[in-house]
Design a protein around this ligand. Structure first.
Ligand SMILES: *Cc1c(COP(=O)(O)O)cnc(C)c1O
Length: 363
């Protein structure tokens, strides 16, 4: 049974999420705007996120894995398209077809298997074709394209031609132009196919990268799309932990594992109910900070599995009540700021958000 006194609460602002989606839509005249909801919508919950975005008008969704798609498909209306970025592993094709999933075909092998299934069923099956324009990760390599001709595509109803940018968050990286050029060249082979190149950051590179379908993930959830530029996205996530207990420490007292922090003067240490098992990264040890009633309080010592310790010497002792809320992520200290402190990117902050959090959705 779940206690109704959660140790930590992750609040997800669905209005901010949908505002972000609309802001991204507005960047492109005429292009459709999809939503990437892989990895459980970057840790925020694929079902509620997709439902809110569907209600806002989104009709195109992307996940990475067939299992993610199978979980989401029954929750989506039938006019929503659901693309599977990895395509189907051998043996998963029939289930994909039965559930009306649209695999992204990344290799000649995936094209062959999808075509074989379509021909055996005698009905055309939709698919997206992904080409590799320079990331060397997923997608048909340039050398493979000649072998993906009309014969190879027999039975397949191509729905989208796509590629993925490797450095879009850095607008001065020459790779953005190179990938665009290569994508435009590949497009000549299938001039009538709708095209998609831009992830969140790619949208902000400009209209030449937009084509027919935008594929943002991160920016929907508040990740800053462009390095060194103000973040136009609204924060979506708030994370609060709770005070378990606090204590007085004397000058010289060590705190937490290995005494990685020592009090320089007498003070107060609070223990808050979130740790690295919740995806609150251990690299934040002695580097991160939390906020208590709007006031910044430094994280001191190591992040433990289930707790962090915080220097609350500046906080009046009578406000330190057991159960009091501490903000680990809020508007003033968002996922982007936390990522900078942790030495990672905001994607990893989001996708690490723990399974122990009570997720509450603000409509
Ligand atoms: C994850 C992913 C996206 C979304 O990228 P963001 O940077 O989160 O916007 C788009 N396209 C592909 C192929 C992806 O793998």
């Amino acid at each position: 049974m779940k206690s109704d006194v959660p140790a930590a609460t992750l609040s997800i602002d669905l209005t901010a999420l949908c505002d972000n989606w609309r802001l991204l839509c507005r960047q492109a005249d005429g292009a459709r705007c999809a939503a990437v909801v892989k990895a459980d919508a970057y840790g925020l919950g694929a079902e509620p996120v997709a439902a809110a975005l569907y209600a806002a008008g989104c009709r195109d969704f992307f996940v990475a894995l067939v299992v993610e798609a199978l979980a989401l498909r029954p929750r989506l209306a039938s006019d929503a398209r659901l693309f599977v970025l990895h395509g189907a592993l051998p043996g998963a094709e029939a289930e994909c077809a039965a559930q009306a999933l649209i695999p992204v075909l990344n290799s000649r092998d995936q094209v062959e298997r999808w075509s074989r299934l379509a021909r055996s069923r005698g009905t055309p099956l939709p698919a997206a074709l992904q080409v590799d324009t320079g990331m060397a990760r997923l997608g048909l390599a340039a050398a493979e394209l000649d072998r993906v001709d009309a014969a190879a595509l027999q039975g397949i109803e191509p729905a989208l031609l796509m590629s993925h940018l490797a450095s879009a968050e850095d607008p001065v990286d020459a790779l953005n132009d190179l990938q665009l050029e290569r994508f435009q060249a590949v497009r000549q082979r299938w001039p009538r196919l709708p095209c998609s190149l831009a992830n969140s950051s790619g949208i902000f590179l400009g209209p030449r990268w937009h084509f027919d379908l935008l594929r943002p993930g991160a920016a929907l959830y508040g990740v800053a799309p462009t390095l060194g530029r103000p973040n136009p996205m609204r924060p979506v996530v708030r994370l609060q932990g709770r005070l378990i207990q606090w204590r007085e420490v004397a000058a010289g007292d060590g705190v937490g594992y290995n005494h990685a922090w020592r009090a320089a003067s007498p003070g107060r240490i609070a223990t808050v109910s979130v740790g690295y098992a919740d995806g609150y990264l251990r690299s934040l040890s002695n580097r991160g900070h939390l906020r208590f009633q709007g006031q910044r309080v430094p994280l001191v010592g190591r992040v433990s599995m289930d707790t962090v310790t915080v220097d609350v010497s500046s906080v009046p002792a009578d406000s330190l009540l057991p159960g009091a809320a501490f903000d680990l992520i809020d508007e003033a200290h968002d996922i982007n700021a936390l990522a900078a402190e942790a030495g990672t990117n905001a994607y990893e902050i989001l996708t690490s958000l723990g399974s122990r959090y009570a997720r509450t959705y603000i409509p």
